[in-house]
Design a protein around this ligand. Structure first.
Ligand SMILES: [Zn+2]
Length: 730
């Protein structure tokens, strides 16, 4: 995600369709929500009647399931509809604020929740289409529209008169006799205002605003420096012997046209390929340093910048009454406190380090006595070990994973677990590749939602895989059911050929479908907490847990059949695939946790502590040594190029990917332990407390209600191959 992923805190108004995430393995960076605490006066917006004439976003959509009239929508329709939507939203907010009646739950909290409906209608389609079918006009529109939305959202979040009314309702919350969902809406609305700083005194607000402004500049500068520092590093090669071990297509890709010259850069893909396959050890060492020392000195040194970012974030948190930025960030998440997140990471780190030691020994054995393995050798020798111990032909898997069969496989899992059925339907779509299904409750026959799948890559579609919504579910007066899309980027097959998936793509399909079910099954009153929105260390759980069914032998036997012969995938092949999955996990887990710990430690500093740091690398070294990270394992990110946390929206949140893995491993273990991966009692709880519940309660409570207890970490350790007594099967 890029700038379009607005982290809008207010419960009100603008609920953008935010793709529910790529798979966690992919690089996902969001911009930091740098909200202003003092709302700048809003500029006038004008839109004429002529501009709105015939605009599909201003009409009622009458197609089945409320599908947008895609064929009638032109690029030129978006901006006027957005403007009109913003104007209506301003009126709706003004009506709440100017209401002469005393603030009530209905006239303030519900009214706020319901405001911005016209804007939401156009933005849902706009954000979907700009992700799947972008063009120059739409790109320009994005650059114009998103800043407008941020500005309006800030104006709502920092409207003192509005907050006063919210505050008034909140103050009497115990006497209002609200039901659970109403009480939740009130709680979340109030919380989002407070967490933005609406409750601060004018004097403190001004200080926070100044910090936000400085931070906005620094986080942008951090990203810019990193880009330039990355571009600046190059190694020129004139002797082809230096490229020994590398594949031809790689060599061709880095060759300077018309010359006997090759350029190595520290772009991640070039770096990974060279570090894994490049035989020249001296060059590997240079690449290694080039990569890990980026933006650490000279003109583009991010060290002083990130120290200042850490200090300012700490200062802001202190002004809001928190001990640290991490304490502020983690409060609404499952981990709740930095100490809990840290304890979790340390717990997984211990067996990961043990495993890494074994991996190191395996590699040293290959090397012999010639030299000691160094950080720049790890990738290279790990790959040698992999070839010796775990090699298998991954292309042999593909014929067993034809896309239609895989999709039927995931539908069948959902049917068995939740008693829901999928019927293909013909609807308008945004692209001829898109297919749609009507999702029904098989017990009642009731329509639950529309599921749409856009599986193939094309030039106009952004990379990765994600889930998104064209319409969110809500039930205020009218029961509105959702329209949910899954988007993947599978290369289209040659004409007349079947689409055969790699196992990684199979997992992605199950994963995104898990997000999809979270959006489709949701049974909540207010769209604010329907479906997939939730704390960062929880929202991956409903997606990740479904991946466990994908490679369960019982499920594979139903869907993984050879597309030509119908033969079920041989168990020997599955075993090889599973064995390869735990390879090098000691290293991978350690490098990830090292980066997560750096993130937490930078953001657990007080402003005073941060101000005293003069050398970012020295601080980093101290932290890594304290946790016993061996020098030959590089953290996944070093501070100076950790853009997730210093220029993206992940500060004090990088641990979240692994945290969600505790839940999915533990959640699936419940089914396994019961002896029935479709255990009806567990499935009913999973449906009720996870897929239907959205954000009606705090994430830890939802999980406990499903599982009957807090999650334990052992299943995660086992899945990563760290369990002490490895069971002989399973
Ligand atoms: Zn996901």
């Amino acid at each position: 995600m890029t700038a379009k992923h607005l982290l809008i805190g207010t419960a009100a108004a603008i609920t953008l369709t935010v793709p529910a995430c790529d798979k966690p393995s992919s690089e996902k960076i969001e911009t930091e929500a740098v909200a202003q605490t003092t709302a700048a006066p809003l500029p006038d917006i004008t839109v004429t009647e002529a501009e709105l004439r015939g605009n599909p976003f201003r009409q009622e959509w009458t197609a089945d399931f409320g599908v947008p009239p895609f064929s009638a929508i032109r690029d030129a329709h978006y901006l006027p509809a957005v403007k009109q939507g913003l104007l209506e939203q301003r009126e709706e907010i003004a009506a709440i604020v100017d209401n002469p009646d005393a603030p009530t739950f209905d006239n303030t909290i519900v009214a706020l929740d319901q405001s911005g409906a016209a804007l939401d209608k156009v933005m849902k389609t706009f954000s979907n289409i700009t992700n799947t079918d972008i063009n120059d006009t739409l790109s320009e529109l994005e650059a114009e529209i998103y800043p407008m939305l941020t500005r309006e959202s800030d104006a709502i979040g920092f409207n003192p008169a509005l907050f006063e009314r919210v505050q008034a309702v909140y103050a009497k919350r115990d006497r209002l006799g609200l039901d659970e969902q109403d009480a939740r809406l009130l709680e979340l609305t109030h919380r989002s205002f407070v967490r933005r700083g609406a409750a601060l005194s004018p004097d403190v607000k001004a200080q926070v605003a100044a910090i936000n402004e400085e931070l906005s500049g620094l986080t942008t500068l951090f990203g810019k420096n990193l880009l330039l520092a990355t571009k600046t590093f190059e190694i020129e090669i004139t002797d082809q012997a230096d490229l020994a071990g590398l594949p031809d297509d790689f060599k061709n890709a880095i060759k300077v046209e018309g010359e006997d010259k090759w350029i190595l850069t520290v772009d991640r893909s070039v770096y990974e390929t060279f570090m894994t396959q490049g035989e020249n050890r001296d060059l590997r060492s240079k690449m290694f340093d080039g990569y890990r020392m980026r933006a650490s000195s000279g003109e583009y040194d991010n060290g002083p910048i990130l120290i200042r970012i850490a200090e300012l974030r700490a200062k802001r948190a202190e002004l809001m009454g928190y001990a640290s930025h991490a304490a502020y960030q983690l409060e609404p998440r499952m981990a709740k406190t930095p100490a809990q997140a840290e304890a979790f990471l340390v717990r997984v780190l211990a067996p990961a380090l043990e495993r890494a030691k074994e991996e190191r020994a395996d590699m040293q054995a290959l090397i012999g006595d010639d030299f000691q393995l160094e950080g720049y050798d790890w990738w290279f020798y790990a790959d040698k070990v992999r070839q010796a111990k775990y090699a298998f032909d991954e292309t042999a898997l593909k014929p067993y994973f034809e896309i239609g069969a895989v999709r039927q496989g995931v539908f069948d899992v959902a049917t068995q677990l939740f008693n829901i059925g999928f019927t293909p339907v013909a609807t308008e779509t945004w692209n001829p590749d898109v297919q749609a299904w009507n999702l029904k409750d098989l017990a009642t026959g009731e329509h639950l939602g529309l599921f749409m799948a856009d599986m193939y890559s094309r030039d106009s579609k952004r990379g990765g895989a994600w889930m998104s919504s064209f319409r969110s579910a809500s039930n205020v007066g009218e029961n509105i059911r959702p329209i949910v899309a899954n988007n993947l980027n599978i290369t289209p097959p040659a004409k007349g050929e079947p689409t055969l998936l790699s196992y990684d793509q199979v997992e992605t399909l199950f994963h995104e479908f898990g997000h999809g079910l979270h959006g489709l099954l949701t049974q909540v009153k207010y769209a604010t907490f329907s479906g997939v929105d939730g704390p960062r260390d929880y929202t991956e759980f409903p997606a990740q847990v479904l991946e466990h069914w994908a490679d369960d032998p019982e499920v594979l036997a139903k869907y993984a059949k050879h597309y030509k012969t119908g033969e079920i995938i041989p168990q020997t092949l599955v075993d090889k695939m599973n064995a390869a999955a735990t390879f090098n996990q000691g290293f991978k887990t350690t490098e990830y946790i090292a980066a997560s710990l750096l993130d937490l430690r930078w953001h657990s500093l007080s402003s005073e502590e941060a101000a005293k740091i003069t050398d970012a690398r020295a601080f980093e070294k101290e932290v890594l040594e304290e946790y016993g990270i061996p020098p030959e394992i590089e953290p996944r990110y070093r501070s100076q190029y950790f853009s997730h946390i210093f220029s993206g929206g992940y500060s004090a949140g990088y641990y979240g990917y692994l945290w969600a893995e505790i839940l999915d491993a533990d959640g699936f273990a419940a089914f396994k332990q019961s002896g029935d991966i479709y255990n009806p009692e567990l499935a009913a709880k999973l449906k009720k407390w996870i897929y239907e519940a959205g954000g009606t309660r705090e994430a830890d409570e939802l999980y406990r209600n499903f599982r009957g207890s807090d999650p334990t970490i052992e299943p995660l350790l086992e899945n990563r191959g760290f369990a002490e007594d490895k069971p002989s099967e399973g």
